[in-house]
Design a protein around this ligand. Sequence first.
Ligand code: C2E
Ligand code: CA
Ligand code: CA
Ligand code: CA
Length: 278
Amino acid sequence: SARASGEKAKSYVPSMGQIFLRRFQLVTQFRQSLEDGQVSVHYQPKVALPRREVLGVEALVRWVHPEFGRLAPDEFVPAVEAAGLVDVLTDFVLDKALARIRKWLDQGLRIGVAVNLSVRSLNNEHFPDQVQASLERYGVPAELLTLELGESVVMADPARALPVLRALHTLGVVLAVDDFGTGYSSLAYLRQLPVDEVKIDKSFVFGMGSDLGDLAVVRSIVELGHSLGLVVVAEGVEEDAARDQLAEMGCDVAQGYLISRPLSEERLEAWLQARTTR
Ligand code: C2E
Ligand code: CA
Ligand code: CA
Ligand code: CA
C-alpha cells in the first residue's frame, strides 16, 4: 500500500546513534572546517518598505561538508553551541561581516550587516570589548552592525544578558530581537531592554495571507513595535501580497525569498549591481 511504501521511504531517517555520531563529528571537525574554507557566509538583503531601497543584509553561515554535503545551520549551529564553540563561529561571521562592510565603504556604499548571536555571547562579559576592537580594526561605524538575538536568547537569563546588551548598545551597535512572537516575551518586556529593532518571525508572515490570526499577530507587532519606537522588520516575505500588506501596515523593513534568497558574497555583488544600474 501507499502507506507501507511511505514508511519504507522513511527508513533513511538516521538512528539516534547515527545522529549522535554525526553531531560528534561535526563539532570535532568545526574549527578545522573554518580553516579549510568549508564554512562561508551568505548574505540576504533587507529592503525598506514601501520603496524597497536596500538597507542592509543578514549574514547566514553555510557549511559544505566534504562527507555530508550542505549542512543546514539549524543542524550544526545548535551542536556547535552545545559544544561551547559558538564564540569561534561568532568571531568568524563577525569578521567576515565587518570585512564586507569595509569593502562597501571603500566603494562609497553604506550597507549594514546583521549577525546572529547565540545566547553564549551574551554570557561573555568580554564580548562588547571584542566587538569594539573588531569595529576599530576595520574602521566600521558601529551603526552599520546589527546584532540579532533570538527571543529565547534574551529571555534565557535576562539579568545576565542585560549588562552585555547595554554595553553593546552604548557602542552604537543596532540590537534586534529575532523570531519575535514565537517565545514568551511580550512587547512590554522589550521596553526594558536596550533594543532598536524587532523581527517578526517568518511563521506569522507566511500565514498572514490565509490566517486571520497570523495577520492579527503581525499587525499588532507592527503597531506596538512602533509605539515603543522600534524599527519593525518582517522576515519570510515570499509573496507580493505579503509585501504589499506589510507596506500598508507601515512595517519598516522586509526580508525574504521574494526580495532575494541568501546569496554568496559574489552573487550578492551581482545582485546589488543589477539593482542600482537598473
Ligand atoms: P534566522 O536568524 O531566523 O534566519 C532566517 C532563516 O530563514 C534563514 O535560514 C533564511 O535562509 C531563511 N529565510 C529567509 N527568507 C526566507 C523566506 O522567504 N522563506 C523561507 N522559507 N525561509 C527564509 P538559515 O540560513 O537556514 O538559518 C537558520 C537559522 O540558523 C537562523 O535563523 C539562525 O538562527 C541560525 N544561524 C544562521 N547563521 C548563523 C550564525 O552565523 N550564527 C548563529 N548563532 N546562528 C546562525
Ligand atoms: Ca536572524
Ligand atoms: Ca528569524
Ligand atoms: Ca530562526
